[in-house]
Design a protein around this ligand. Structure first.
Ligand code: SF4
Ligand code: SF4
Length: 271
């Protein structure tokens, strides 16, 4: 039965334990027939990607652990001329270091940037093995999963994870590789700002903020600091309207949420 990873991004605290555990397991150890020792510097078979969204002071940092997706339809296997790349019955995609000729065809074929590394010294392609050497010895989970203090990472039979996988996303589904690494609670973009009265030099509390895109509407109100956050927005063009009693309407047209938007300090003029 195929195994799968489920990664809940809302639970990830950005502690890097998973990345460090992976290094600890693979640097300085040959786990033949699944992997040779990982180079000490510059390679992360599980890499914690950090994305800073917005601008000061409206900033959020999103963390996404990334590794080989152990694709059900893995193009790296299709192009490997020596049979080094293969898939086990449990779904893990592995590169046999004994058979790898160092041709790098898998690196060109894999649509996920940066998950396969090249070990110059050993002249082989390397990547996440799902800690197959541990699983063979009765260990239930890879080191990264075991090291996560918030249970953001799960690794089980895909069937067993059915409920967690429901509504989860995979990376680049358009590539048709059928990844077996699923992401839950992928954060959307935000539009944020602070609303204030320039005359009184006070923030405006309880101002109504509306965002409209296509037929969809989002609404929030400024808090006691005059701040508002419209969270988890899809990428699109939003018209934003700010209303407060006694003030003229403010509007921002076609804000494009390709990235998070901090509208900064927004003055409201009295009517
Ligand atoms: Fe192969 Fe890349 Fe898919 Fe991993 S993510 S199985 S290396 S195609
Ligand atoms: Fe996030 Fe868990 Fe990795 Fe820490 S160990 S960075 S909480 S996934």
């Amino acid at each position: 039965m195929a195994k799968a990873f489920v990664i809940d991004l809302a639970r990830c605290a950005g502690c890097y334990n998973c990345q460090i555990a992976c290094k600890d397991e693979h640097v300085g150890h040959n786990w033949d027939p699944y992997a040779r020792s990982q180079p000490e510097i510059g390679q992360f078979w599980l890499k914690l990607n950090e994305e800073t969204c917005g601008s000061t002071p409206k900033v959020k940092v999103n963390y996404t652990p990334k590794m080989c997706n152990h694709c059900a339809k893995a193009p790296c296997i299709d192009v490997c001329p020596t049979g080094a790349a293969y898939q086990r019955e449990d779904g893990l995609v592995l590169f046999d270091p004994e058979k790898c000729s160092g041709c790098k065809k898998c690196m060109q074929a894999c649509p996920y940037e940066g998950v396969i590394y090249f070990n110059e010294k050993a002249n082989i392609a390397q990547k996440c093995t799902g800690c197959a050497h541990l699983l063979d010895n009765g260990v239930k989970e890879p080191r990264c999963v075991d090291a996560c203090p918030t249970d953001a990472l799960l690794f089980r039979d895909e069937e067993e994870l059915r409920d967690d996988i429901l509504g989860a996303a995979v990376l680049q589904p358009e590539d048709g590789t059928h990844p077996r690494v699923y992401y839950r609670n992928v954060p959307g973009k935000f539009i944020a700002g602070t609303v204030y009265d320039p005359e009184s030099e006070e923030v405006v509390i309880g101002a109504r903020i509306r965002a409209i895109t296509g037929g969809k509407r989002y609404e929030t109100f400024t808090d006691r600091f005059g701040d508002f956050w419209l969270n988890d927005l899809a990428v699109g063009k939003f018209d934003v309207f700010i209303e407060a009693e006694g003030y003229a309407l403010r509007s921002f047209k076609a804000l494009h949420t390709v990235k998070c938007i901090n509208l900064g300090d927004i003055p409201m003029n009295k009517v």
